[in-house]
Design a protein around this ligand. Structure first.
Ligand code: SF4
Length: 372
């Protein structure tokens, strides 16, 4: 049997691994033993799994492998931020980014090669969409980063938080993302608490409901505007699921998980959504969900974009307006500037199937890039 026909064990959650071991005629506890080697000790070579019997190791060698994505490139920034460019098949690549802070270390993980949702301020969107990532390619980003950082599950955690906020809309790759997040949460996987694993969505209303029934994780919503006209311009998905419907789904999420809060991400773009009237609209909206919080993100410009980052004074005034209205508001510090690691700047390498890059270049040629 060659490598192509073998099964990648990173594609299985705990139950899937138990089922696979059952197919091999092995007891379920053997699956759990191997799972600990994979995720706690970050071991990919069956030979080194010393408490697994020799016969089983040989059987595993013949039937499966532990296959994280290949690191094409990795780079660290002066502030400790680290970025990995990970190769996928067909010449595609996605990025994962690690952001250390004094009390935690957050890994930003991608869910798709490119993205089809076309948010206007997003670097990934300009590259178009190619395909969904497999579970092994999603959890594999964490596996590669954990190994690189010397992360030890339950002991020396370098990765304390994961955000599904990289390339792609995670809810459009629902099954693979949920399986990967269950490995992030599982005690035999990376063992992170539910509040430390966050899925960020542009607002796919039915899938938010489905997610709340499927797995216990935290939710973030990319809002970016508090009125439908502007939000539809910035996040075209808003046309399908306008703000009232989105808030309805958020309310149902909170009803099902009363002790949780939802984070609303709001990227501040100069003269677009950063004025006092926009803050007033946001306050009005947030009053409907009083336990939720706002995360303000200064826009990170990328080549060709028509948007600019808001001025520091405008950002401060916007935040103060929200805080004065008792809206819990955080301001994300821009990190990893020297390696393009900021939100919305994950580029990867996408063989576009949507011709999005072509359209973007055409718009640039027509001068739309400077229209703002
Ligand atoms: S912001 Fe997120 S959902 Fe929107 S295009 Fe970019 S990657 Fe896709």
């Amino acid at each position: 049997m060659n490598q192509v026909e073998k099964v990648n064990l990173l594609d299985f959650d705990r139950q899937g691994l138990r089922d696979f071991f059952a197919q091999l005629g092995e007891k379920p506890y053997r699956a759990e033993q191997v799972m600990k080697w994979i995720y706690h000790r970050l071991e990919s070579n069956f030979e080194n799994m010393t408490d697994v019997g020799k016969a089983l190791r040989a059987k595993l060698e013949a039937a499966c492998y532990v296959g994280p994505p290949n690191t094409l490139f990795d780079k660290g920034a002066a502030d400790g931020t680290h970025k990995w460019l990970l190769g996928m098949d067909g010449g595609n690549a996605v990025e994962a980014v690690y952001i250390p802070e004094p009390t935690r270390g957050t890994l930003c993980v991608s869910s798709q090669v490119g993205c089809g949702l076309n948010c206007q301020f997003c670097s990934t969107a300009t590259q178009g969409f190619n395909r969904n990532l497999a579970t092994s390619e999603i959890i594999g980003q964490m596996w590669v980063a954990a190994k690189h950082l010397g992360n030890i599950t339950h002991q020396n955690r370098r990765i304390t938080n994961v955000v599904m906020m990289g390339m792609g809309e995670p809810l459009l790759n629902f099954d693979n993302v949920v399986k990967a997040m269950s490995l992030m949460r599982d005690d035999l996987g990376f063992g992170l608490a539910s509040k430390r694993v966050t899925l960020s969505t542009a607002g796919l209303v039915p899938m938010i409901d489905k997610l709340s029934e499927s797995i216990d994780v935290s939710l973030a919503v990319s809002l970016h505007a508090a009125n439908d006209e502007l939000r539809t311009e910035l996040v075209p998905l808003n046309k399908r699921y306008p703000i009232a419907e989105l808030l309805g789904a958020c309310q149902r999420w909170i009803d099902r998980k009363p002790r949780t809060s939802i984070t609303f991400e709001y990227t501040l773009m100069k003269g677009v959504n950063d004025q006092p009237e926009h803050a007033r609209q946001l306050i009005k909206l947030m009053r409907k969900l009083p336990t939720c919080k706002v995360n303000l993100i200064p826009f990170n410009p990328f080549p060709g974009t028509r948007f600019e980052r808001s001025d520091p004074d405008t950002i401060r005034a916007f935040q103060t307006q929200l805080l004065n209205a008792n809206i819990l508001t955080m301001l994300r510090r821009t990190r990893g500037d020297d390696i393009d690691a900021a939100c919305g700047q994950l580029k990867g390498q996408v063989h576009d199937r949507t011709r999005r890059q072509e359209e973007f270049r055409k718009r640039l040629d027509e001068g739309e890039a400077h229209a703002a």
